[in-house]
Design a protein around this ligand. Structure first.
Ligand code: SF4
Length: 350
């Protein structure tokens, strides 16, 4: 049973600028991670299959209102071929991500290619398990989530971005509702998904108090997976140039990952691409802070530049990532799904 943390304890760590405190925090998080989920890092090959989006989030580079990027959507054939080539290349899990659209025709397409990827990978797998599929395609209806679950997806990432209602409404346009996102997270859990959420760290107007609440929110929601990334301003968004956060978003993100590991020892935590972009030591320090999931980008090179949620997104070759992970003292187990242990424990209790 994990210790419960008071707001005061969390605030004291998040506010501290003491280097020694940071070292102690990372050491404690790394010990906790090795005791609870082990030294393995699990890979989720990331396929960003479309940058079309019906939303206009104020921080996001692929928002509908950004007319300066070329929109793309991979064909079903391309998505299935990419997925199967990832499977043949040693990936046992994928994350399929896109901008948001709840149009029936588009969701039916996703249902279709998830079914095909699942069936083809199961047919080529001695264990019959096939590829583990995580989806990250936004707010949908209960029935759409259900159809995707029945097609074979079993994990879903839907970031709340901030658990503070006022801040949420400052970074999203009218018509996007905090409560809708909560309802979606509830629906995913009811259906049976492993549910992941997360936040951006360093948003204009975000406070330490907000971040403390975010951590308590993850505990209260009993989440299975977490994705936390530093906010990277994008020039083609309304939030660009708004007054910056008072703290270094890189260090603050690492502190939040470490606290999340200590507060929720058996969840899966993603070492985000954004963390790896804003600092060359992002991968190493993210893992040391307690992250145990890495998502190498498998999107075709022609399309990568147009999936610019934030600027300066760059890419590391998968094998190079694996070599670096091993160099930092962690194991990579490509043949294991690496599902959230918290999810298994939660299922056993229900
Ligand atoms: S954050 Fe997601 S929903 Fe919002 S604009 Fe970007 S891709 Fe669309």
């Amino acid at each position: 049973m994990a210790k419960s943390w008071s707001d005061k304890e969390i605030t004291s760590i998040l506010s501290s600028r003491e280097p020694r405190m940071l070292d102690e925090l990372f050491d404690a998080a790394d010990r906790c991670r090795r005791d609870s989920v082990g030294p393995n890092v699990f890979l989720r090959g990331l396929i960003e299959f479309s940058n079309e989006c019906q939303r206009n989030c104020y921080y996001c580079g692929i928002r509908k209102g950004n007319l300066s990027i070329r929109r793309y959507r991979l064909t079903n054939y391309e998505i299935i071929a990419l997925a199967m080539s990832a499977f043949e290349g040693g990936y046992s899990s994928l994350t399929l991500q896109s901008g948001e659209s709840d149009e029936t025709r588009e969701i039916n397409e996703v249902v279709h290619f998830v079914q095909v990827i699942k069936a083809q990978s199961q047919a080529r797998d001695n264990t019959g398990q096939g590829l583990g599929i995580t989806l990250s395609i936004g707010e949908l209806t209960f029935d759409q989530y259900q159809a995707l679950w029945e097609a074979g997806a079993h994990r879903y990432l839907l970031r709340i971005e901030t658990s503070d209602r006022q801040l949420f409404s400052r970074i999203h346009p009218p018509g996007q509702y905090y409560d809708k996102r909560l309802h979606c997270l509830d629906a995913l859990k009811t259906i049976g998904y492993q549910v992941g959420t997360g936040i951006m760290v360093g948003l204009p107007g975000q406070s330490i108090e907000n971040l403390v609440r975010d951590l308590q929110f993850f505990v209260e929601r009993d989440i299975d997976m977490l994705g936390i990334g530093p906010y990277i301003p994008h020039p083609n968004t309304p939030l660009y140039k708004q007054p910056a956060f008072d703290f270094d978003p890189f260090i603050m993100t690492l502190k939040i990952i470490a606290l999340a590991r200590l507060m929720m020892p058996d969840i899966n935590i993603v070492c985000s691409t954004a963390l790896q972009i804003i600092n060359p030591r992002g991968l190493e320090l993210g893992l040391k802070a307690g992250a145990n999931i890495v998502m190498p980008v498998l999107t075709p090179e022609d399309n990568r530049g147009n999936y610019s949620l934030y600027i300066n997104k760059n890419y590391t070759q998968p094998q190079e990532l694996v070599d670096r992970i091993r160099m930092f003292g962690y194991e990579v187990d490509p043949w294991t799904w690496g599902d959230s242990r918290h999810y298994a424990a939660r299922q056993a209790q229900e």
